[in-house]
Design a protein around this ligand. Structure first.
Ligand SMILES: Nc1ncnc2c1ncn2[C@@H]1O[C@H](COP(=O)(O)OP(=O)(O)OP(=O)(O)O)[C@@H](O)[C@H]1O
Ligand SMILES: [Mg+2]
Length: 221
């Protein structure tokens, strides 16, 4: 483990405006994420876990405050710059897998690479097959999402998040929609991937097993 700083969010606030009111989710919160660590974001429903993930990953902008990612300001980037930034640096795992139904598992995993314009030469494809092996689903590569179990779909979604070799993986309740056994398998996979690939993980979770195994826990109150 290294304690080199990867993300520094300083005094970030987030206010959502709706038709009838303004919702302040957090006020001048600061967060540091060190490279190569797993960080859990916990807190009751509605406290802002998803909001914080979205802001740290450049999916959404804070209302105030600054975000340095690898010493680069991302809160001042425009949509186009952010899209390029995310494509290069960030992988996402959501509670629901969001796999595309018309693509088989392998094509779903390859999607971020295709969007990024990465050449799918034999070395690159071998990496993807190695990943399928790691997640234990080599024999499911040509299954469509509706031909996979819930846990298998989530493992494919994890492989997709890692396909681009991102610096950091953001996971929003990655085991939230799974039963105990599948949640356990997905959890084990996350830890194995963290060890094998030395990625940084930021995980919003209600699951105490996951939070307990993280290097740092941020509780939103
Ligand atoms: N687009 C939006 N417009 C207005 N309010 C929003 C918007 N998105 C979220 N909120 C509000 O912001 C607060 C934080 O929401 P968020 O989704 O970040 O919570 P959470 O901690 O992830 O909750 P959960 O554990 O239920 O997923 C909630 O009170 C929610 O109602
Ligand atoms: Mg949430």
């Amino acid at each position: 483990m290294t304690d080199e700083l990867l993300i520094r969010a300083t005094d970030i606030s987030k206010t959502y405006k709706t038709l009838v009111d303004e919702v302040m989710v957090f006020d001048k919160t600061s967060v540091d994420i060190e490279r190569g660590t797993a960080v859990a974001i916990i807190g009751e429903s509605g406290r802002g876990k998803t909001t914080l993930l979205n802001i740290l990953s450049g999916l959404d902008n804070p209302s105030e405050g600054s975000i340095l990612f690898d010493n680069q300001r991302i809160d001042t980037m425009d949509e186009r710059e952010l899209a390029i930034f995310r494509n290069k640096n960030v992988g996402f795992i959501f509670q629901h897998h969001y796999l595309l139904q018309d693509f088989h598992a392998l094509d779903n995993i390859l999607l971020p690479l295709r969007i990024a314009g990465v050449r799918l030469d034999s070395a690159r494809l071998k990496k993807v097959w190695d990943m399928l092996d790691t997640i234990g689903l080599k024999n499911r590569a040509y299954h469509f999402p509706d031909q996979l179990s819930g846990g298998e779909r989530q493992r494919i979604a994890i492989a997709r998040a890692l396909a681009n070799d991102p610096v950091v993986v953001f996971a929003d309740e990655p085991t939230g929609s799974l039963d105990r056994r599948n949640a356990g398998a997905v959890e084990d996979l996350l830890w194995r991937l963290k060890l094998d690939f030395n990625k940084t993980f930021v995980i919003a979770t209600h699951n105490p097993d996951i939070a307990n195994k993280c290097d740092k826990v941020i509780e939103l109150k």
